[in-house]
Design a protein around this ligand. Structure first.
Ligand code: NAD
Length: 474
């Protein structure tokens, strides 16, 4: 179903939604089209007039209610996510919690949209700057975090006083529908949030990007599509936020505990089967501890069980589609041809019924060098590429040698090394001996081609606000 102007509506056609763990059809979604998108934008425009005039306290209460409902439905939402996206149930529960956290955080931040009184150069003059919502927001979200990527946009937009038309990824429309049921059941007035699932992203995208009534585009997805969206938005001078791809370095300095660091990598690299924008894509280990590090990592990786995320003990779910498997495998083959060694994995998994799904074995590569594709291209799969280094200055330079700039990780016990790495690495999010530097309260976003703007934290709401200056002569 489409959700437009407070109503669940049918579309002219529907498309199938599949479970990537076994290829079964798990449901259908309305296939939204251009005219549905126009209607949704119109509804959002109408609703903006009244929603933006509510007090921050009133908007906050709706978000708080949505948070409570999402928490009540946590288990059902997590199960649906595992069915639709494939991540293990425990990871799905964590994501629902993370998604709900944005509703709560922005229920609070709604009340902290402050302005400024600015000293003026003339005696008879007063300056007051206030912040107002930008208007109707067009939001486009990916499949890999199908609930939290929606609330990370919708919650701050609503808190700021904006209204939203959202197009979810075609692989995960069912999670999006359930999120919108939460918002609808929280009593959010008609037209404030609108949902257009579709199997034709470009058609919906074009309407959002060219319709004069959409004032802001917020996008999470690949850098490739993000560049097109940013270019189109620029033609119409729409505000943009971009959360794009990454190629995170993970640096293990000589003084770090190699066992602790290897455990850290095994957790963050294989999270969501490597399908995370902050997934480590180059693991730099000092040569003096590389052996212990690699052995520990391999011990941990051997224990990872691939399968249907609803089964107990499974920690590796399927990849999203055939193209993803092919991309991962090509990167591994390319690395092997150029001299890397395979320590573990490196193949599609077909045994024990996995052939019906899209599984790739958790893989460890050593001897990775900068000539290899995996050194430059985002893998988005379960491959841990190890690169050894000898000098600290060299490794920071190597880590920064990418057009991506989303996340980076550093393991060291030396305070000044930690601080100087933090300062020198050109990435928006740096985990220092920490594999999960994310929370609703913290700003998330990338430098360079990993994006524009920040989501979460105090900054997240700024993306939906304009500053208006008043000059008063008295
Ligand atoms: P994608 O770019 O293929 O798709 C993202 C969204 O864009 C989907 O909703 C898709 O339908 C839509 N889309 C595709 N073409 C479009 C077009 N022409 N017009 C309008 N919309 C269009 O990315 P994906 O495969 O869904 O997600 C994986 C990528 O997302 C990875 O690169 C990952 O790093 C990135 N990502 C980034 C963050 C972050 O916060 N920086 C978070 C999650 C994912």
């Amino acid at each position: 179903m489409l959700y437009i102007d407070g109503q669940w509506r049918k579309s002219e056609s529907e498309f199938n939604v599949y479970n990537p763990a076994n290829g079964e059809v798990i449901g259908t979604a309305a296939d939204g089209n251009k005219s549905d998108t126009k209607n949704a934008i119109e509804a959002a425009k109408t609703a903006f007039a009244s929603w933006s005039k509510l007090t921050a306290y009133e908007r906050s209460r709706y978000l708080y209610k949505a948070y409570e409902i999402m928490m009540e439905r946590k288990e059902d939402l997590a199960r649906l996510m595992t069915l639709e996206q494939g991540k293990p149930l425990k990871a799905a529960r964590n994501e629902v919690q993370y998604g709900a956290d944005f509703l709560l955080w922005y229920a609070e931040e709604a009340k902290r949209i402050y302005g400024e009184v600015i000293p003026a150069p003339r005696k008879d003059q007063r300056f007051i700057a206030i912040r107002q919502p930008v208007g109707v927001v067009g939001a486009i979200t990916p499949w890999n975090y199908p609930i939290s990527m929606i609330t990370r946009k919708v919650a701050p937009a609503l808190a700021a006083g904006c209204t939203v038309v959202l197009k979810p990824a075609e692989q995960t429309p069912l999670c999006a529908i359930e999120v919108f049921k939460v918002l609808a059941d929280a009593g959010i007035p008609k037209g404030v949030v609108n949902l257009i699932p579709s199997s034709q992203p470009a058609v919906i995208g074009e309407e959002l990007l060219t319709n004069q009534d959409v004032k802001k585009i917020t996008f999470t997805g690949s850098t490739e599509v993000g560049k097109y969206i940013a270019e189109m938005a620029a033609r119409n001078v729409k505000r943009v936020s971009m959360e794009l791809g990454g190629h995170a370095p993970f640096i293990v300095f000589e003084d770090a505990d190699p066992v602790h660091a290897a455990k850290g990598v095994s957790l963050v690299k294989f999270l969501n089967t490597g399908q995370a924008c902050i997934s480590p894509n180059r693991i730099f280990v000092h040569s003096s501890i590389a052996e212990t590090f690699t052995e520990t990592l391999m011990d941990r990786v051997r224990k990872l069980k691939a399968g249907n995320g609803l089964e107990e003990g499974v920690s590796i779910g399927p990849l999203v589609d055939e193209a993803a498997i092919e991309k991962v495998h090509l990167q591994v083959q390319d690395a092997l041809e150029k001299g890397a060694s395979i320590k573990l994995g490196g193949e599609r998994l077909n045994d024990n019924g996995l052939d019906k799904g899209l599984f790739y074995s958790p893989t460890v590569l050593s001897g990775v060098t900068k000539e290899m594709r995996i050194y430059r291209e985002e893998t988005f799969g379960p491959v841990a590429p190890i690169i050894t280094f000898d000098h600290d200055e060299e490794v920071i330079e190597m880590a920064n040698d990418t057009h991506y700039g989303l996340a980076a990780y550093v393991y060291t016990q030396n305070l000044s090394k930690a601080l100087s790495s933090f300062e020198q690495l050109n990435f928006g999010i740096i985990g220092i001996n920490d594999i999960n530097p994310t929370a609703a309260a913290a700003p998330f976003g990338g430098m360079k081609e990993s994006g524009l703007g920040r989501e979460g934290g105090r900054e997240g709401i700024d993306e939906y606000l304009e500053t208006k200056l008043g000059g008063f002569s008295i």
